[in-house]
Design a binder for this molecule. Structure first.
Ligand code: HEM
Length: 120
């Protein structure tokens, strides 16, 4: 079932495009960009690509980056900011012409990590 998301999404190449476009948008958002000022965005994008591939059920990808709570706990991210994050993701997925059911499934997967990210 999970592997279907990875396959129906179009594999690593599509995930790479998604994450690149996504952080481009996130860094233009005044309510989010401040959180990333001290970050190495090349690293963040790379780790996020691996994380998404694993989350989508890719059989040959294992996320070995930092623990999500450790990374986010001192960033004071609010639910409102998390919602903006999801909003940008939804826009990009729509721009990529992904089917609505696939978009909903992906947004649900990302939203299931909210408690590890929101401490604000
Ligand atoms: C409002 C929402 C979010 C904000 C503002 C945010 C912010 C950040 C920042 C600033 C970093 C870099 C930390 C550093 O430089 O050490 C980071 C890294 C990361 N974030 Fe988020 N994040 C958000 C949501 C999420 C979500 C929903 C996920 C996953 C479902 C996620 C997964 C990751 C991963 C995998 C990394 C890379 C960790 C590493 O470097 O090993 N983030 N995030």
């Amino acid at each position: 079932m999970d592997q279907n998301v990875f396959d129906s999404f179009g594999g690593d190449g599509q995930i790479s495009d998604l994450i690149d476009q996504f952080y481009y948008k996130v860094l233009f958002d005044q309510s989010l960009r401040g959180k990333f000022l001290k970050s190495d965005m090349t690293r963040v994008r790379l780790q996020q690509k691996t994380f998404f591939a694993q989350m989508f059920g890719c059989p040959h990808t294992k996320y070995t980056g930092k623990d999500l709570i450790e990374v986010h706990k001192n960033l004071n991210i609010t639910n409102q900011q998390f919602d903006r994050f999801l909003h940008h993701l939804k826009c990009i997925l729509t721009d990529m012409n992904k089917p609505t059911e696939l978009i909903d499934e992906i947004l649900k997967k990302v939203d299931s990590h909210r408690k590890l990210i929101v401490f604000g």
